[in-house]
Design a protein around this ligand. Sequence first.
Ligand SMILES: [Zn+2]
Ligand SMILES: [Zn+2]
Length: 231
Amino acid sequence: MYQYDHILYHPNTICRTCQSPKPARSKHCSICQECIPTLDHHCIWINACVSQSNLIYFDSLLLVNFVSLFYVSVRSGLLIKSLNQNFVTFLKYSSSDKTALISNFKTVRKNLLTLFLLAFCFLLVMTWFVYTQINLIMDGMSSNESDKWFAIHSLIYDHFIYKIDNKYYVITEDSKNDGTFNKFNSINFYDGKTYSFNQSMENYLVESPEQIVNIYDKGSFIDNLKERWCL
Ligand SMILES: [Zn+2]
Ligand SMILES: [Zn+2]
């Protein structure tokens, strides 16, 4: 069980959809219709939720697919190249029926080209998947958390996030626009209350994402990978 970071996850939160308590790092999956602890995402390819309970298998699947598709793309590409180069010479010295040979050559080349194009297109997709997961491991976050952090970082860049008494708040649009800077919502969107503070707010503005720590990031790729695979 993870501790609540009070930024993305807050204690005593009840899921609005399935009404069960939400553990830190969990998310409700609308396809599986339940809150999944440490959910990364619901994968449409395996039609199941990907979370810490199966991430090691999911990563293995990505890697095996990536290596296989890379191998097939290179092998079929090289075969097409050598077939094109050698066929003319082969044809010149062959005593067999040349029309039949050319027809067979075209069929084989067409099939190989189809194989190459399919493998190469899927390789591009798989490369993107592997790249995304490597970035997530480096950042120590799940796909679900990455979306949440993106939203929070956007709010920071737009000067909406304030840290007051060790808690994070989002200034309301009205209060920001009218220059009063005295109406805030908790960063916990389940809270629903409006807060106001007496002091001047200038010193409490969070100016860059580096000022907010992701407590689930263990600090290195290897340590995050161990955490991700529960090793
Ligand atoms: Zn739920
Ligand atoms: Zn699911």
